[in-house]
Design a protein. Structure first.
Length: 567
């Protein structure tokens, strides 16, 4: 019933909003192995899964693996109604869309399974890849529901227990001149010391949003977009709450369930995970370390180097919001300036589970204890550390989900798409923030006859002067060096002439130069991949909410491919 309602919503939404975005649509696949920043593990996962299969729960492209994962996820005993109640309370506070509420309520059903993804609470929605993660999850939900005739929902886990304020405080957009502009939220009280979930926005958020609006520039979508942002990012709102409200407003109508992981109401539901970590102190780190060695043996650098004397969770100071690592000390434990016996720490995991927070190794276990996760949508770094956790899942008795790499894409306008196609520019050549790619492009535009003439001149000079160098010793051996110097000078002068031609071409063809700069700014703003740099708000402001519908309908999920999408 839920799936039917979502399909009806999507049909109406697409019909009413896609409009001209569909006209002239185009997409081009680029093998991710062409990109120097792509981890070798991501390439193996896409093209040579058998090589690293032992580290994961199954091949995410296998229909049989999905069926097996669904059975495991559905059969694991969990507090389904309690989880649904926690979600319902969060959604009520945020006034979530009806489709999201219906999806969350369905988690109380024993047969419902979930595709989960997540991210930190990035400023005003975070970078584009945050949206791509969520859209990958929603697409896979549709696919799994259709292929397996199952009730499947998408969950977005807001990692609100992280403390790294600087990592989430800024958002970069392109202004009307395609220049990158970075807007930063002023640090709230406690930023950097307390978890993101405990931080509150103050009055300074209003001028920050004014700055963002000015940086974005006015389009037909700006007024509605900024009103939606101001409703979420308001003085007094929690930083994580604002992020969750915003993501939910954008994707909740498509059925995305947003979960704030810092919610104290959820902690009693995973108290047994914290207790198990105390009772088996050191085992999680040891298992992850062994898996890291296996990963390294296959030629891949482990993402996490566990500390043998540390538990895979933190102790949280509820008054101040600071979290402290828990280390073994003799037969007991120490967290900051507090010491515990094993019995005391174990008892506190049951009596006050909200005083504990999982680290990167335990977070997936907590996640999949709460949710019937059949598949997790991972970024490149997550793919690496999840490859260290298969035995950890078994240690806790929690079924490990399949891991699906998120879709990866660069969104360009039609002018940029035409430029890339016309001049056959390899997208990766645009990353260096210099003029090397532009020079090669301009050089290719120099008339072939001129290039051939210069080449002939170089070859002729080299041939003639080589003969001179060979013959002059018969007259005076000391002249050989002078002849070689003459050849070098001729080669240098010819190269200088060539460079002057390129500079002349630059001055002559200002249009090509502007097109190049515009394309480079879109594809690699500040020299970094677009999806990691530009905020979601930039694309919503430029293309409107229909861009979400468009991506949900057309973004391919083929592993190992980066997509250049024309919008």
């Amino acid at each position: 019933m839920l799936q039917k309602a979502l399909r009806e919503y999507e049909a109406v939404s697409a019909e009413s909003t896609l409009g001209s975005l569909t006209d002239g649509s185009a997409r081009t696949a680029v093998n991710v192995r062409r990109f120097p920043w792509i981890r070798p593990l991501a390439a193996d996962y896409a093209f040579n899964f058998e090589r690293i299969a032992s580290l994961y729960a199954g091949d995410p492209t296998s229909r049989t693996a999905w069926a097996d994962a669904m059975t495991r996820a559905a059969s694991y005993p969990r507090s389904r109604q309690a989880v649904a109640d926690v979600l319902a309370a969060q959604q009520a506070r945020r006034n979530a869309p009806a489709a999201a509420r219906a999806a969350a309520a369905s988690l109380a059903n024993a047969a419902t399974v979930a595709v989960v993804t997540g991210q930190q609470a990035g400023a005003v929605g975070g970078p584009l890849f945050t949206l791509l993660k969520a859209l990958t999850a929603l697409q896979l939900v549709r696919r799994a529901a259709s292929e397996h005739r199952a009730e499947v929902v998408a969950v977005f886990w807001v990692d609100a227990e992280d403390h790294d304020w600087n990592e989430i405080a800024s958002c970069t957009v392109l202004d009307a001149s395609f220049q990158p502009r970075t807007v930063t939220i002023p640090p709230p009280d406690g930023a950097g010391e307390r978890s993101i979930g405990t931080l509150k926005l103050d009055d300074r958020i209003e001028p920050t949003l004014d700055e963002l609006s000015a940086a974005l520039g006015e389009t037909a979508f700006t007024t509605d977009l900024m009103a939606q942002l101001r409703a979420a990012y308001r003085p007094g709102a929690g930083v994580a709450e604002a992020f969750a409200t915003w993501i939910e407003a954008v994707l909740g109508p498509h059925g995305l369930i947003v979960f704030d992981a810092s919610d104290p109401a959820a902690k009693p539901l995973v108290a047994k995970v914290f207790s198990h970590e105390v009772q088996s102190a050191g085992r999680t780190s040891a298992l992850a370390a062994v898996a890291g060695e296996s990963l390294a043996a296959k030629g891949h650098r482990p993402q996490v180097t566990p500390q043998a004397d540390s538990l895979a969770m933190f102790h949280v100071d509820l008054a101040g919001g600071a979290r402290r690592s828990i280390k073994r000390q003799g037969d007991g434990f120490v967290a900051g300036d507090r010491t515990f016996t094993a019995a005391e720490l174990s008892a506190e995991t049951s009596s006050a589970p909200d005083r504990f927070s999982p680290n990167v190794l335990l977070r997936p276990i907590v996640q999949d204890t709460l949710f019937p996760t059949v598949c997790y949508i991972a970024g490149p770094s997550e793919l690496a550390y999840l490859g260290q956790l298969r035995e950890v899942y078994e240690s806790f008795g929690v079924p490990m989900p399949l891991i699906y790499p998120r879709a990866t894409a660069t969104l360009v306008d039609s002018a940029t798409a035409r430029f890339l196609a016309k001049y056959d520019v390899p997208i990766e050549s645009l990353q260096p923030q210099d003029e090397s790619a532009l020079n090669r492009l301009l050089e290719s535009q120099i008339p072939q006859g001129v290039e051939l003439a210069l080449k002939d001149a170089e070859e002729t000079a080299r041939r003639v002067m080589t003969r001179v160098i060979e013959e002059v010793p018969s007259v005076d051996p000391t002249l050989a060096g002078a002849a070689r110097t003459t050849l070098s000078r001729i080669e240098h002068d010819l190269q200088s002439l060539h460079n002057k031609m390129i500079q002349a071409a630059k001055k002559k063809d200002d249009t090509l130069r502007r097109q190049f700069a515009r394309t480079q700014a879109q594809v690699f703003p500040l020299g970094h991949p677009q999806e990691r740099t530009l905020g979601v708000v930039y694309f919503l402001n430029r293309y409107g909410p229909a861009v979400v519908d468009r991506l949900l309908a057309e973004l391919p999920l083929d592993l190992g491919q980066h997509w250049i999408l024309t919008v």
